[in-house]
Write a protein that binds this ligand. Sequence first.
Ligand code: SF4
Length: 392
Amino acid sequence: MTESSRNPHLSFSRLSRYEQCPRSYYLHYRDKLPAEPGMPLRFGTVLHAALEALLKEAIDEQLVGPLSVERALAFYQAAWLAEGLSGLELFEQGLHICRAFVRVQGVLDWRHVLAVEQDFRLQVGEFTVVGCIDRVDKLDDESIEIIDYKSNYQLFSREEVDSSLQLALYQAAAQTLWPWAKNIRLSYWLLRHDLRQVTVRTGQQISDALTYVEMLGRQIEAAASFPPQVSANCAYCDHRHHCDAYAQALTGARSVVCADLTNLVELAREREEVASLSRVLYARKQELEEVLKAHLQDKEQLELGGVRYRLLPTSTVEYPIEPTLSLLADATGAPKEQLATKLLAIDKKAFDQVLAEVGKQLPRARVALLKAEIDAHASTRYSTRFWAKGMA
Ligand code: SF4
Protein backbone atom coordinates (compact mmCIF):
# COMPACT_ATOMS: atom_id res chain seq x y z
CA MET A 1 0.00 0.00 0.00
CA THR A 2 1.42 3.42 -0.97
CA GLU A 3 1.00 6.61 1.02
CA SER A 4 -1.44 7.95 -1.60
CA SER A 5 -3.65 4.87 -1.23
CA ARG A 6 -4.10 5.45 2.52
CA ASN A 7 -7.52 6.72 3.52
CA PRO A 8 -6.76 9.68 5.79
CA HIS A 9 -10.40 9.60 6.72
CA LEU A 10 -13.58 8.00 5.48
CA SER A 11 -16.96 9.53 4.82
CA PHE A 12 -20.24 8.25 3.47
CA SER A 13 -19.65 10.07 0.17
CA ARG A 14 -16.20 8.54 -0.14
CA LEU A 15 -17.50 5.03 0.52
CA SER A 16 -20.56 5.31 -1.67
CA ARG A 17 -18.54 6.77 -4.55
CA TYR A 18 -16.33 3.66 -4.46
CA GLU A 19 -19.32 1.33 -4.16
CA GLN A 20 -21.05 2.93 -7.13
CA CYS A 21 -18.03 3.26 -9.40
CA PRO A 22 -14.40 2.58 -8.43
CA ARG A 23 -13.19 4.62 -11.44
CA SER A 24 -15.07 7.67 -10.20
CA TYR A 25 -13.42 7.17 -6.80
CA TYR A 26 -10.00 7.00 -8.41
CA LEU A 27 -10.52 10.14 -10.51
CA HIS A 28 -11.85 12.03 -7.50
CA TYR A 29 -9.61 10.96 -4.61
CA ARG A 30 -6.43 9.65 -6.21
CA ASP A 31 -6.13 11.87 -9.30
CA LYS A 32 -7.84 14.67 -7.35
CA LEU A 33 -9.57 15.99 -10.47
CA PRO A 34 -11.96 18.86 -9.82
CA ALA A 35 -15.57 17.65 -9.66
CA GLU A 36 -18.03 19.05 -12.21
CA PRO A 37 -21.39 18.32 -10.58
CA GLY A 38 -24.42 18.06 -12.82
CA MET A 39 -27.63 20.03 -12.43
CA PRO A 40 -29.41 17.64 -9.98
CA LEU A 41 -26.49 17.74 -7.55
CA ARG A 42 -26.19 21.52 -7.76
CA PHE A 43 -29.92 21.93 -7.28
CA GLY A 44 -29.73 19.72 -4.19
CA THR A 45 -26.93 21.94 -2.85
CA VAL A 46 -29.12 25.02 -3.34
CA LEU A 47 -32.05 23.46 -1.47
CA HIS A 48 -29.81 22.32 1.40
CA ALA A 49 -28.32 25.81 1.73
CA ALA A 50 -31.77 27.43 1.75
CA LEU A 51 -33.20 25.07 4.37
CA GLU A 52 -30.09 25.32 6.53
CA ALA A 53 -30.31 29.13 6.54
CA LEU A 54 -34.05 29.03 7.22
CA LEU A 55 -33.71 26.68 10.19
CA LYS A 56 -30.69 28.49 11.65
CA GLU A 57 -32.54 31.80 11.49
CA ALA A 58 -35.56 30.24 13.21
CA ILE A 59 -33.30 28.98 16.01
CA ASP A 60 -31.55 32.35 16.34
CA GLU A 61 -34.94 34.04 16.63
CA GLN A 62 -36.21 31.36 19.07
CA LEU A 63 -39.22 30.77 16.84
CA VAL A 64 -42.24 28.88 18.11
CA GLY A 65 -44.71 28.86 15.23
CA PRO A 66 -44.80 28.32 11.49
CA LEU A 67 -41.73 29.10 9.40
CA SER A 68 -41.91 32.09 7.07
CA VAL A 69 -42.60 31.26 3.42
CA GLU A 70 -41.12 34.63 2.41
CA ARG A 71 -37.86 33.91 4.25
CA ALA A 72 -37.71 30.40 2.76
CA LEU A 73 -38.05 31.84 -0.75
CA ALA A 74 -35.51 34.61 -0.04
CA PHE A 75 -32.93 32.07 1.18
CA TYR A 76 -33.66 29.87 -1.82
CA GLN A 77 -33.15 32.74 -4.25
CA ALA A 78 -29.87 33.73 -2.56
CA ALA A 79 -28.61 30.13 -2.74
CA TRP A 80 -29.71 29.85 -6.39
CA LEU A 81 -27.76 32.99 -7.26
CA ALA A 82 -24.68 31.82 -5.34
CA GLU A 83 -24.69 28.48 -7.19
CA GLY A 84 -25.20 30.24 -10.54
CA LEU A 85 -28.01 27.96 -11.71
CA SER A 86 -30.36 28.81 -14.57
CA GLY A 87 -33.62 27.46 -15.99
CA LEU A 88 -37.13 28.67 -15.16
CA GLU A 89 -38.64 25.19 -14.80
CA LEU A 90 -36.06 24.11 -12.21
CA PHE A 91 -36.27 27.47 -10.44
CA GLU A 92 -40.04 27.07 -10.10
CA GLN A 93 -39.60 23.54 -8.79
CA GLY A 94 -37.40 24.97 -6.04
CA LEU A 95 -40.01 27.61 -5.14
CA HIS A 96 -42.64 24.91 -4.93
CA ILE A 97 -40.39 22.70 -2.78
CA CYS A 98 -39.66 25.56 -0.34
CA ARG A 99 -43.36 26.44 0.02
CA ALA A 100 -44.22 22.77 0.56
CA PHE A 101 -41.41 22.41 3.12
CA VAL A 102 -42.82 25.24 5.22
CA ARG A 103 -46.32 23.77 4.96
CA VAL A 104 -45.25 20.22 5.86
CA GLN A 105 -43.06 21.46 8.72
CA GLY A 106 -46.09 23.13 10.31
CA VAL A 107 -45.37 24.61 13.72
CA LEU A 108 -41.68 24.64 14.59
CA ASP A 109 -40.44 24.90 18.15
CA TRP A 110 -36.78 25.99 18.01
CA ARG A 111 -36.07 24.06 21.24
CA HIS A 112 -36.87 20.82 19.41
CA VAL A 113 -34.21 21.33 16.76
CA LEU A 114 -31.04 19.94 18.33
CA ALA A 115 -28.74 20.55 15.40
CA VAL A 116 -28.58 21.82 11.84
CA GLU A 117 -25.67 20.77 9.59
CA GLN A 118 -24.01 18.92 12.47
CA ASP A 119 -20.40 17.87 11.73
CA PHE A 120 -19.16 14.65 13.31
CA ARG A 121 -16.01 12.55 13.63
CA LEU A 122 -16.45 8.90 14.45
CA GLN A 123 -13.72 6.38 15.18
CA VAL A 124 -14.40 3.11 13.35
CA GLY A 125 -11.55 0.70 13.97
CA GLU A 126 -8.46 2.19 12.37
CA PHE A 127 -10.45 4.81 10.44
CA THR A 128 -11.91 8.17 11.33
CA VAL A 129 -15.25 8.67 9.63
CA VAL A 130 -16.28 12.28 9.11
CA GLY A 131 -19.62 13.62 7.98
CA CYS A 132 -22.35 16.16 8.40
CA ILE A 133 -25.99 15.49 9.40
CA ASP A 134 -28.58 17.82 7.85
CA ARG A 135 -30.76 18.08 10.95
CA VAL A 136 -31.49 16.43 14.28
CA ASP A 137 -34.79 16.96 16.13
CA LYS A 138 -35.57 16.12 19.74
CA LEU A 139 -38.80 14.11 19.91
CA ASP A 140 -38.92 13.67 23.70
CA ASP A 141 -36.49 13.29 26.60
CA GLU A 142 -35.30 9.92 25.30
CA SER A 143 -35.80 10.17 21.55
CA ILE A 144 -34.33 12.01 18.60
CA GLU A 145 -34.93 12.02 14.86
CA ILE A 146 -32.08 12.27 12.37
CA ILE A 147 -33.20 13.93 9.16
CA ASP A 148 -31.47 13.89 5.80
CA TYR A 149 -33.03 16.04 3.06
CA LYS A 150 -33.25 14.45 -0.38
CA SER A 151 -34.30 16.08 -3.65
CA ASN A 152 -34.66 12.77 -5.57
CA TYR A 153 -37.49 12.36 -8.03
CA GLN A 154 -37.84 8.72 -7.05
CA LEU A 155 -38.80 7.47 -3.64
CA PHE A 156 -36.48 4.97 -1.99
CA SER A 157 -37.62 1.37 -1.72
CA ARG A 158 -38.22 0.01 1.79
CA GLU A 159 -35.04 -2.09 1.44
CA GLU A 160 -32.98 0.97 0.49
CA VAL A 161 -34.17 2.93 3.51
CA ASP A 162 -33.75 0.01 5.90
CA SER A 163 -30.24 -0.80 4.72
CA SER A 164 -28.92 2.71 4.08
CA LEU A 165 -25.27 2.92 5.11
CA GLN A 166 -25.57 6.69 5.37
CA LEU A 167 -28.32 6.50 7.99
CA ALA A 168 -26.44 3.80 9.93
CA LEU A 169 -23.36 6.04 10.11
CA TYR A 170 -25.49 8.97 11.21
CA GLN A 171 -27.02 6.90 13.98
CA ALA A 172 -23.59 5.74 15.18
CA ALA A 173 -22.40 9.38 15.21
CA ALA A 174 -25.57 10.57 16.98
CA GLN A 175 -25.06 8.00 19.73
CA THR A 176 -21.75 9.68 20.59
CA LEU A 177 -23.11 13.23 20.23
CA TRP A 178 -26.34 12.69 22.20
CA PRO A 179 -25.65 9.66 24.41
CA TRP A 180 -28.87 10.24 26.38
CA ALA A 181 -30.98 9.39 23.29
CA LYS A 182 -32.28 5.87 23.83
CA ASN A 183 -34.46 5.90 20.71
CA ILE A 184 -33.24 7.16 17.35
CA ARG A 185 -35.53 7.56 14.37
CA LEU A 186 -33.85 7.86 10.97
CA SER A 187 -35.62 9.81 8.22
CA TYR A 188 -35.10 10.70 4.62
CA TRP A 189 -37.18 13.83 4.02
CA LEU A 190 -38.18 13.58 0.35
CA LEU A 191 -38.53 17.25 -0.54
CA ARG A 192 -40.23 16.67 -3.88
CA HIS A 193 -42.84 14.38 -2.33
CA ASP A 194 -43.64 16.13 0.97
CA LEU A 195 -43.00 12.97 2.94
CA ARG A 196 -40.46 11.32 5.19
CA GLN A 197 -39.30 7.74 4.71
CA VAL A 198 -38.54 6.54 8.19
CA THR A 199 -36.57 3.62 9.60
CA VAL A 200 -34.96 2.46 12.85
CA ARG A 201 -31.90 0.28 13.48
CA THR A 202 -30.98 -2.19 16.18
CA GLY A 203 -27.62 -2.05 17.95
CA GLN A 204 -26.59 -5.19 16.07
CA GLN A 205 -27.39 -3.57 12.69
CA ILE A 206 -25.26 -0.54 13.59
CA SER A 207 -22.41 -2.79 14.70
CA ASP A 208 -22.64 -4.76 11.42
CA ALA A 209 -22.65 -1.53 9.39
CA LEU A 210 -19.50 -0.29 11.15
CA THR A 211 -17.76 -3.61 10.51
CA TYR A 212 -18.66 -3.21 6.84
CA VAL A 213 -17.31 0.36 6.80
CA GLU A 214 -13.97 -0.79 8.20
CA MET A 215 -13.78 -3.65 5.74
CA LEU A 216 -14.65 -1.38 2.81
CA GLY A 217 -12.06 1.17 3.95
CA ARG A 218 -9.37 -1.54 3.89
CA GLN A 219 -10.65 -2.89 0.57
CA ILE A 220 -10.31 0.55 -1.04
CA GLU A 221 -6.78 1.00 0.31
CA ALA A 222 -5.73 -2.39 -1.02
CA ALA A 223 -7.43 -2.05 -4.42
CA ALA A 224 -5.06 -2.55 -7.35
CA SER A 225 -7.57 -1.53 -10.01
CA PHE A 226 -10.52 0.85 -10.17
CA PRO A 227 -12.78 -0.42 -12.98
CA PRO A 228 -15.54 1.84 -14.40
CA GLN A 229 -19.17 0.94 -13.71
CA VAL A 230 -20.95 2.35 -16.73
CA SER A 231 -24.62 2.89 -15.92
CA ALA A 232 -27.44 5.40 -16.26
CA ASN A 233 -25.87 7.27 -13.34
CA CYS A 234 -22.94 8.25 -15.57
CA ALA A 235 -25.00 11.16 -16.96
CA TYR A 236 -24.85 12.71 -13.48
CA CYS A 237 -21.27 11.70 -12.61
CA ASP A 238 -19.14 14.70 -11.73
CA HIS A 239 -16.14 13.16 -13.54
CA ARG A 240 -17.90 12.01 -16.69
CA HIS A 241 -15.89 14.45 -18.83
CA HIS A 242 -12.69 12.65 -17.80
CA CYS A 243 -14.00 9.12 -18.17
CA ASP A 244 -12.96 7.09 -21.25
CA ALA A 245 -15.48 4.35 -20.49
CA TYR A 246 -18.38 6.82 -20.55
CA ALA A 247 -17.08 8.50 -23.71
CA GLN A 248 -16.94 5.08 -25.34
CA ALA A 249 -20.48 4.22 -24.18
CA LEU A 250 -21.83 7.49 -25.61
CA THR A 251 -20.67 6.50 -29.09
CA GLY A 252 -22.94 3.45 -28.76
CA ALA A 253 -20.02 1.22 -29.76
CA ARG A 254 -20.97 -2.45 -29.53
CA SER A 255 -18.73 -5.45 -29.10
CA VAL A 256 -21.27 -8.28 -29.38
CA VAL A 257 -23.77 -8.86 -32.17
CA CYS A 258 -25.36 -12.28 -31.99
CA ALA A 259 -25.88 -13.56 -35.54
CA ASP A 260 -27.26 -16.92 -34.43
CA LEU A 261 -30.41 -16.38 -32.35
CA THR A 262 -30.36 -20.01 -31.29
CA ASN A 263 -27.12 -19.36 -29.40
CA LEU A 264 -28.69 -18.27 -26.13
CA VAL A 265 -25.41 -17.53 -24.34
CA GLU A 266 -24.29 -15.11 -27.05
CA LEU A 267 -27.82 -13.71 -27.32
CA ALA A 268 -27.87 -12.97 -23.59
CA ARG A 269 -24.45 -11.27 -23.79
CA GLU A 270 -25.68 -8.98 -26.54
CA ARG A 271 -28.89 -8.30 -24.63
CA GLU A 272 -26.92 -7.21 -21.55
CA GLU A 273 -24.64 -4.96 -23.59
CA VAL A 274 -27.59 -3.35 -25.37
CA ALA A 275 -29.50 -2.93 -22.07
CA SER A 276 -26.51 -1.24 -20.44
CA LEU A 277 -25.87 1.06 -23.41
CA SER A 278 -29.52 1.96 -23.77
CA ARG A 279 -29.67 3.05 -20.09
CA VAL A 280 -26.61 5.25 -20.61
CA LEU A 281 -27.96 6.71 -23.84
CA TYR A 282 -31.43 7.27 -22.42
CA ALA A 283 -29.96 9.17 -19.46
CA ARG A 284 -27.87 11.22 -21.92
CA LYS A 285 -31.00 11.95 -23.97
CA GLN A 286 -32.71 13.21 -20.82
CA GLU A 287 -29.74 15.40 -20.02
CA LEU A 288 -29.74 16.91 -23.52
CA GLU A 289 -33.49 17.46 -23.43
CA GLU A 290 -33.21 19.31 -20.14
CA VAL A 291 -30.88 21.80 -21.81
CA LEU A 292 -33.21 22.22 -24.78
CA LYS A 293 -36.20 22.64 -22.45
CA ALA A 294 -34.37 25.36 -20.54
CA HIS A 295 -33.87 27.26 -23.83
CA LEU A 296 -37.53 26.78 -24.71
CA GLN A 297 -38.71 28.49 -21.53
CA ASP A 298 -38.41 31.91 -23.17
CA LYS A 299 -38.81 30.90 -26.83
CA GLU A 300 -41.80 29.44 -28.60
CA GLN A 301 -39.63 27.07 -30.60
CA LEU A 302 -36.09 26.19 -31.59
CA GLU A 303 -34.99 25.13 -35.08
CA LEU A 304 -31.72 23.24 -34.91
CA GLY A 305 -30.14 21.00 -37.52
CA GLY A 306 -33.40 20.71 -39.45
CA VAL A 307 -35.43 19.76 -36.39
CA ARG A 308 -38.06 21.92 -34.71
CA TYR A 309 -38.40 21.72 -30.92
CA ARG A 310 -41.36 22.98 -28.89
CA LEU A 311 -42.85 22.54 -25.45
CA LEU A 312 -46.39 21.37 -26.03
CA PRO A 313 -48.94 21.57 -23.25
CA THR A 314 -50.27 18.20 -22.14
CA SER A 315 -53.37 17.52 -20.14
CA THR A 316 -54.92 14.74 -18.14
CA VAL A 317 -58.57 14.56 -17.17
CA GLU A 318 -59.69 13.70 -13.67
CA TYR A 319 -63.36 13.32 -12.80
CA PRO A 320 -64.37 14.60 -9.35
CA ILE A 321 -66.07 11.75 -7.48
CA GLU A 322 -69.23 13.29 -6.06
CA PRO A 323 -70.66 15.21 -9.06
CA THR A 324 -69.69 12.40 -11.46
CA LEU A 325 -71.49 9.75 -9.40
CA SER A 326 -74.51 12.01 -8.88
CA LEU A 327 -74.93 12.75 -12.58
CA LEU A 328 -74.53 9.09 -13.54
CA ALA A 329 -76.96 8.00 -10.79
CA ASP A 330 -79.56 10.56 -11.95
CA ALA A 331 -79.19 9.49 -15.57
CA THR A 332 -79.22 5.71 -15.03
CA GLY A 333 -81.21 5.30 -11.85
CA ALA A 334 -78.43 3.06 -10.48
CA PRO A 335 -77.45 3.54 -6.82
CA LYS A 336 -74.31 5.61 -6.29
CA GLU A 337 -72.67 2.84 -4.24
CA GLN A 338 -73.08 0.41 -7.13
CA LEU A 339 -71.60 2.91 -9.58
CA ALA A 340 -68.76 3.67 -7.17
CA THR A 341 -67.86 -0.03 -6.93
CA LYS A 342 -67.65 -0.18 -10.72
CA LEU A 343 -65.77 3.07 -11.26
CA LEU A 344 -63.54 3.78 -8.30
CA ALA A 345 -60.21 2.33 -7.33
CA ILE A 346 -57.60 3.82 -5.04
CA ASP A 347 -54.28 4.65 -6.66
CA LYS A 348 -51.53 2.59 -4.98
CA LYS A 349 -48.99 5.41 -5.04
CA ALA A 350 -51.42 7.84 -3.39
CA PHE A 351 -52.42 5.14 -0.90
CA ASP A 352 -48.77 4.49 0.02
CA GLN A 353 -48.22 8.21 0.57
CA VAL A 354 -51.22 8.47 2.88
CA LEU A 355 -50.03 5.39 4.77
CA ALA A 356 -46.56 6.97 5.17
CA GLU A 357 -48.23 10.06 6.65
CA VAL A 358 -50.32 7.90 8.97
CA GLY A 359 -47.11 6.13 9.99
CA LYS A 360 -45.86 9.36 11.56
CA GLN A 361 -48.79 9.47 13.97
CA LEU A 362 -49.49 5.83 14.80
CA PRO A 363 -47.27 3.10 16.26
CA ARG A 364 -45.53 0.96 13.67
CA ALA A 365 -47.41 -2.19 14.67
CA ARG A 366 -50.78 -0.40 14.27
CA VAL A 367 -49.84 0.81 10.80
CA ALA A 368 -48.72 -2.69 9.80
CA LEU A 369 -52.05 -4.11 11.02
CA LEU A 370 -54.01 -1.40 9.20
CA LYS A 371 -52.14 -2.14 5.99
CA ALA A 372 -52.75 -5.87 6.37
CA GLU A 373 -56.49 -5.24 6.88
CA ILE A 374 -56.71 -3.03 3.80
CA ASP A 375 -54.54 -5.40 1.75
CA ALA A 376 -57.04 -8.17 2.52
CA HIS A 377 -59.62 -6.24 0.46
CA ALA A 378 -57.25 -5.35 -2.38
CA SER A 379 -57.24 -7.29 -5.62
CA THR A 380 -54.10 -7.88 -7.63
CA ARG A 381 -53.87 -7.99 -11.41
CA TYR A 382 -51.05 -10.03 -12.84
CA SER A 383 -49.05 -9.55 -16.01
CA THR A 384 -45.57 -10.61 -16.99
CA ARG A 385 -42.57 -8.32 -16.98
CA PHE A 386 -39.22 -9.18 -18.45
CA TRP A 387 -36.61 -9.25 -15.63
CA ALA A 388 -32.84 -9.63 -15.66
CA LYS A 389 -30.25 -9.25 -12.92
CA GLY A 390 -26.52 -9.87 -12.92
CA MET A 391 -25.32 -12.93 -11.00
CA ALA A 392 -22.40 -12.66 -8.57
S1 SF4 B 1 -18.83 8.39 -15.98
FE1 SF4 B 1 -19.66 6.48 -15.19
S2 SF4 B 1 -18.06 4.94 -15.48
FE2 SF4 B 1 -17.12 6.96 -15.67
S3 SF4 B 1 -16.36 7.47 -13.66
FE3 SF4 B 1 -18.36 8.36 -13.79
S4 SF4 B 1 -19.76 6.80 -12.98
FE4 SF4 B 1 -17.81 5.80 -13.42
